[in-house]
Design a protein around this ligand. Structure first.
Ligand SMILES: [Zn+2]
Length: 288
């Protein structure tokens, strides 16, 4: 059974470790990540962007696929299926389609509108036992043009959203989506500590987790981050392993063109990377 992300993140917050949100793109991603986290005895959140859901033929198909793979592989660790950066309409549609967790990202609205819309999503989701992540302020990234600082959230606005009863909160602390620029200034730990102080005992979320140096991630976890979003990192190991397979002429040797063989190297690379990352984040063995 797929579960809400609330309990696993509250446990992580109390135990000062991080749970990974790994974003999925297709069947290979789902299999690779679930296999890794079962082997690592780690709870996990499968992140689905609206774009990825569209690619996978809709929210309902994603939920059905994840549920079926989960049951077929006899997964025993806690698994949540979570909408990543959802719109207001997208979050509602996911709640109805069977997602166990949703993010409503109202960070591009005024704080008043963000509060009003977040409140509505939280009420709707909680009436069905589904966890909710909201976002305050902006997080730097390619949409905004890469800056060396990344965006930083206002701790008082974080408190306003936290007080609505959101289950976990995303707030910019200098993090960036995608690849980090050479001159990146690093995470702003003073703001992180201030946000955690204002929102009380609420798990915080670190977006753009691919490419942040490990010691900065660990420090963020010690200051209240319990969920770390990873997307690019898995795409890069999949791409590299697939590239090596083809450069080694394996696709033109024997039946190496078989898609199940062609995609196997990349898929195995995802599993390996996931195990490595949950070890880094400290969730390895926490679902035993
Ligand atoms: Zn994000």
């Amino acid at each position: 059974m797929l579960v809400s992300a609330k309990e696993m993140l509250e446990k992580a917050h109390a135990g000062q470790y991080g749970v990974a949100q790994f974003n999925i793109n297709n069947l290979e991603w789902i299999k690779a990540i679930l296999k890794a986290c079962e082997e690592a005895k780690s709870p996990v959140i499968l992140g689905v962007s609206e774009g990825a859901a569209k690619y996978m033929c809709g929210f309902k198909n994603v939920v059905d696929m994840v549920r079926n793979v989960h049951d077929q592989l006899k997964i025993t660790v806690p698994v949540a299926i979570h909408l990543d950066h959802g719109s207001f309409e997208g979050a509602k549609a996911c709640i109805e389609a069977g997602f166990t967790s949703v993010m409503f990202d109202g960070s591009h609205f005024s704080i008043e509108e963000n509060i009003a819309k977040s409140k509505e999503i939280i009420e709707f989701a909680h009436s069905r036992g589904i966890s909710v992540e909201c976002e305050v302020g902006g997080i730097g990234g390619e949409e905004d043009g890469v800056t060396s600082l990344g965006e930083v959230a206002n701790p008082d606005e974080c408190k306003q959203i936290a007080d609505l009863g959101v289950d976990f909160l995303a707030a910019g602390i200098g993090n960036i989506h995608g690849k980090y620029p050479e001159n990146w200034a690093g995470l702003n730990f003073d703001v992180l500590a201030e946000i955690q102080r204002k929102v009380g005992n609420k798990p915080l979320v670190l977006h753009g987790g691919s490419g942040i140096p490990k010691e900065q991630v660990l420090k963020a976890i010690s200051l209240g981050v319990s969920k770390i979003n990873v997307n690019t990192e898995l795409q890069l190991v999949f791409q590299d392993a697939t590239r090596q397979y083809i450069l080694a002429d394996k696709d033109i040797t024997g039946k190496g063109y078989d898609p199940r063989k062609l995609l196997a190297a990349g898929t195995d690379a995802i599993t390996k990377k996931c195990i490595e990352m949950v070890k880094d984040f400290g969730s390895y063995g926490k679902a035993e």
